[in-house]
Design a protein around this ligand. Structure first.
Ligand code: ADP
Ligand code: NA
Length: 332
């Protein structure tokens, strides 16, 4: 009974990585024309839950929009906008702050990771982050959200908020949104440590491939990526206990639109001396057009602002009636 609608977002909190591309952006583009409306957002209100320099943030919001478009998100097929320009997100987040329980928030592993030891000193927004994320999704009554593995717990909390709201007010107002965590790149790992996810916040630049890296930097990072000395097996099963090797094979597969077993069929019995240059070639081939398009979009910031403004108007039209109905249900 809910219109099939896909929502997802990315924070403008730093340079985007291959993890963001394979786990999110590439899939966002692929979901266009799948029969669901697609709504994509640069979530700047999430970014400011940790300190952001205002001028750098302004720049990164535009870079985020450029990355979406360079990855194939078409602002005519999808709604592409910046969260803070559609005030319904923040308003519904407040309503959800009264639905969600404090204990739910303290259980979030991302809060524990980001707040660190001195969690009393974290911003209140960092704790409430998942209620805003629930609002981002449910203000469109979105039915599905493509995300990486790391967002699974937040998506469960979104469903908990929707279910509690529906139960408390005896309505079927919000859908129980499905996470779309699909494909072989839902958790791209660091190139330096197979137990950590690739992240823009990792202090080691060698741990990640940035969407702005040039061909030489990409090739060098892949050459230096941690691996082992064993030859590659004929199927992904054989890499169960070799996280670094498995990560590189999964990256290859995701970039080349193949299965890991198809990749391994080609490299069976060979070592990383043969595999890494081939991976570098595939990575450069996939990423260099994106890097180039991003910089072309960035050459015209006024056009980016125009696209985001248009997207915000369209998002606002969808969100406002749902917010108004929510307030009415609550007696506001
Ligand atoms: P980050 O986690 O890099 O700070 P965001 O929180 O803005 O970035 O996440 C944007 C999207 O990118 C989310 O859907 C997230 O799950 C996905 N993502 C982030 N890092 C990875 C990764 N290493 N592998 C797969 N997906 C990822
Ligand atoms: Na994340």
């Amino acid at each position: 009974r809910f219109t099939p609608r896909i929502f997802s977002g990315i924070q403008p909190s730093g340079g985007l990585t291959l993890g963001n591309y394979l786990g999110a952006l590439k899939r966002f583009a692929a979901l266009q024309g799948s029969g669901s409306e697609t709504i994509y957002c640069i979530v700047d209100l999430h970014a400011i839950t940790v300190w952001q320099e205002p001028d750098i943030l302004r720049q990164r919001i535009r870079e985020g929009a450029a990355a979406f478009m360079a990855s194939g998100v078409d602002p005519r097929q999808s709604i592409l906008f910046n969260q803070s320009q559609v005030s319904a997100h923040a308003e519904l987040a407040w309503l959800f702050n009264t639905v969600a329980r404090v204990g739910w928030m303290y259980r979030m592993t991302q809060f524990k990771d980001k707040a660190g030891k001195n969690s009393e000193n974290a911003s209140l927004g960092l704790l409430a982050y998942p209620a805003l994320m629930a609002a981002d999704i449910l203000v469109y009554q979105a039915t599905a959200v493509p995300v990486g593995e790391d967002q699974k717990q937040h998506l469960e909390l979104t469903r908990d908020i929707a279910a509690k709201f529906n139960h408390d007010y005896k309505v079927e107002h919000f859908p129980l949104t499905e996470p779309l965590i699909e494909g072989v790149a839902t958790r791209v790992m660091s190139l330096r440590d197979g137990s950590k996810k690739m992240s823009k916040s990792d202090p080691s630049d060698a741990s990640r491939i940035n969407l702005t890296d040039d061909a030489d930097a990409i090739a060098q990072k892949i050459r230096k990526a941690r691996t082992d000395a064993e030859p590659l097996p004929g199927s992904i099963e054989g890499l169960k206990d070799r996280p670094e090797a498995r990560n590189l094979v999964n990256i290859f597969a995701a970039l080349a639109d193949q299965t890991p077993d198809q990749v391994l069929a080609r490299f069976e019995g060979q070592g990383f001396g043969a595999f890494k240059p081939a991976l570098a070639e595939v990575a450069v081939e996939a990423l260099s057009p994106i890097t180039r398009k991003m910089s072309e979009f960035m050459d015209d910031p006024a056009e980016i602002d125009r696209i985001l403004g248009d997207g915000a108007n369209r998002a606002d039209e969808l969100a406002t009636p749902i917010l108004e109905r929510t307030k009415e249900i609550m007696g506001l």
